[in-house]
Write a protein of this length. Structure first.
Length: 324
């Protein structure tokens, strides 16, 4: 039975018409560095990703917030597609994201005459890749663990596996499909998301994971580029290293380097605490008030005039290392 609308049809604008489609998302998404520089082709993570994609169905960049996961996924995806934005699609998962949003679903016809079946992000990428086997087609999935990946991929999950690429299978609609060898899947996830526990083993075994950890070297680059004076920079790096060692015991307290990307003086540093970090630590240590008090004290010491002893790399004082 065909469903009819009762109002006059209107022109429906696509996401690309509005400048918020897949190509726009790749262009604007994932920057974790000032001026959003290009990824160096010699970057070790790029080489690592290339090697893993020869064996696995895709690569997941896994780490706490602020560790450049989305930046790397977008930049590596662009390079794997020879910087052709038409061959890169971006999608962000969320708790209500479904198979019909990702593989294939029914959408209203523009003339109001009913519904039609439309290929969505993944299946559309597969169709394009099948027609153009000499080029890679990249799908970047942000926040993978916020949805149920097994349900979202559906029957296509089996054929993401490298050994089953190119084999035909049937969709829920009854149509035939294949996942070609030149479809590249890159994803990001926070391993501390509640949804991670729901990611089934069948999904995980088809993907390789690259750990994305808080990086004091990148943070130091940010601070140097922003003109932060050396004493303040060293105290900030000391705090950064100490808090992330604590996070080995409580992963929810991990702080990524990009939190500090816009810090250029004490005032901006205080704003970072007042509007972001204090809430992160309050949540992470809501059941451990003593630890939270220690963190607040460590933070306040950043603003003390007396500079703690630090190594050239910005590590915390030796007595702090011993106490950890």
């Amino acid at each position: 039975m065909t469903l009819q609308r009762t109002r006059e049809p209107v022109r429906e604008l696509t996401a690309d018409d509005l400048g918020i489609g897949a190509s726009a998302a790749i262009r604007d998404h994932g920057s974790s560095r000032p001026d959003d520089p290009a990824l160096d082709p010699s970057d070790t993570r790029l080489a690592e990703t290339r090697e893993l994609l020869k064996v696995y169905g895709g690569v997941i960049f896994s780490g706490p917030p602020g560790t450049s996961k989305s930046w790397y996924a977008a930049k590596i995806g662009s390079l794997l597609a020879d910087r052709d934005p038409a061959r890169v699609s971006f999608v962000q998962f969320h708790p209500s994201y479904q198979y019909e949003d990702f593989i294939q679903g029914l959408v209203p016809r523009g003339d109001g005459s009913g519904f039609e079946r439309v290929d969505k992000y993944f299946l559309a990428a597969c169709r394009r890749a099948e027609r153009d086997p000499s080029n890679n087609y990249v799908l970047v999935i942000d926040e993978l663990s916020r949805a149920d990946p097994g349900r979202v991929f559906g029957e296509a999950l089996t054929y993401v596996e490298r050994s089953k690429r190119g084999l035909p299978f049937s969709l829920a609609s009854g149509e035939d499909a294949v996942v070609p060898p030149n479809v590249v899947i890159l994803a990001t996830m926070n391993p501390n998301d509640r949804g991670v526990d729901e990611v089934d083993a069948a999904f995980e075994r088809r993907f390789a994971k690259i750990a994305m950890d808080p990086d004091p070297g990148i943070m130091a680059e940010f601070l140097g580029r922003n003109g932060v004076n050396d004493p303040l920079r060293r105290r900030m790096l000391g705090f950064f290293n100490k808090i992330n060692r604590r996070a080995l015991r409580n992963p929810l307290a991990a702080v990524g380097h990009t939190f500090f990307m816009e810090v250029d003086d004490q005032a901006s540093l205080r704003r970072l605490w007042d509007y972001q970090l204090r809430f992160l630590f309050d949540k992470a240590y809501r059941l451990d008030p003593d630890e939270l008090a220690d963190i607040r004290a460590d933070w306040q010491r950043i603003f003390d005039d007396e500079e703690p002893e630090t190594s050239a790399e910005g590590d915390a004082p030796a007595h702090e290392l011993d106490s950890e």
